[in-house]
Every structure is written in structure tokens, then in C-alpha cells.
Design a protein around this ligand. Sequence first.
Ligand code: GDP
Ligand code: MG
Length: 162
Amino acid sequence: PQPVLAVVGRPNVGKSTLVNRIIGRREAVVQDVPGVTRDRVAYDALWNGRKFTVVDTGGWEPDAVGLQASVAAQAELAMATADVILLVVDGSVGATSTEEAVAKVLRRSKKPVILCASKVDDDRLMADIASLWSLGLGEPFPVSGLHGRGSGDLLDVILERL
Ligand code: GDP
Ligand code: MG
């Protein structure tokens, strides 16, 4: 079986847009409404001649109260089923208490965790994303799923750890 990358994070941070970029198609559901991706969906991906599976998550439909627990549950499931976990944090927002909670869960994982800052469309957010080191998950990799900026470098890192 192919190695599995699970993409986790709060609703609306750009997970599905990034998944589309990774798979090179426009299949993952992207919408302005938070939590629109109903279920976990798996896609085949290919990078530098290596095949892997990408799981887009987000079907937990958290309400405002349950968001933290819901994203933590999403992370727990990803840890159980994936080979590598990609935590997506909106680079234009920074880490919220939800990400701090989920990072705490992910730091316990024996599986590799990659941290990426999404929506970094240009240089303006580059200084801000350094603050994401505080999550204790290593280097935050900047990426724009929309424009593709940084996605090649991110994919290289993903393949190193798969
Ligand atoms: P998800 O809920 O985490 O899967 O997020 P989506 O991929 O559905 O994106 C949520 C919103 O953020 C949509 O309006 C996207 O167009 C927007 N978005 C996603 N990626 C980017 C990006 O790289 N740059 C910018 N500026 N907006 C983005
Ligand atoms: Mg989605």
C-alpha cells in the first residue's frame, strides 16, 4: 500500500485548496463556508516519481464550542491512520488556542508531523510565520495553495518523511 499523508487543521485554513495543489487537480471541495468538506476524502498523489495517498479531513463540522475537541479528534484519527501528518495553520491568522491544543496532541505522536503556514501568497506574511515555531512542531513551511508558492518545497519535505 502507498504511504498516507493526512492533512489536518481548523476549518477554512486552506486544507482542501492545498490538497488540490498537491494532487494537481481540482477535486477537493473548496468553499468559503467553514467546515464544508463533509468527509475525509483520499486522493492519489505523485511527486518526483513517488506515489502516495493524501487524505483531506474536515468532516467533523465543529461548532464554535466544540472546535478544539473536534480538531484534536481529527488529529488523533490522523495519527492512527496516516504515516505523516500535515498540520495546516492559516499564516494570515497565526496560531490560535485551537492550534495550540492540537499541537499538544500531535507532539505526542510517533509519526512525523509537518507544520505548514497556508495562504502565504507573497512575502508580506513571511515575518509573521516565524511565530509558529512556538507550536513546538519544528519549522513552519510557508505555502500558498492558491498560487502554488512553496508547494514544491513542501512536497519535497513530505516525501523525505513519508
Ligand atoms: P479548508 O476548510 O481548510 O479545506 O479550506 P479551503 O481550502 O476550503 O479554503 C477556505 C478559504 O480560504 C477559501 O475561500 C479559499 O479560497 C481560501 N484560501 C485557501 N488557500 C488559500 C491561499 O493559499 N491563499 C489565499 N489568499 N486564500 C486561500
Ligand atoms: Mg476542506
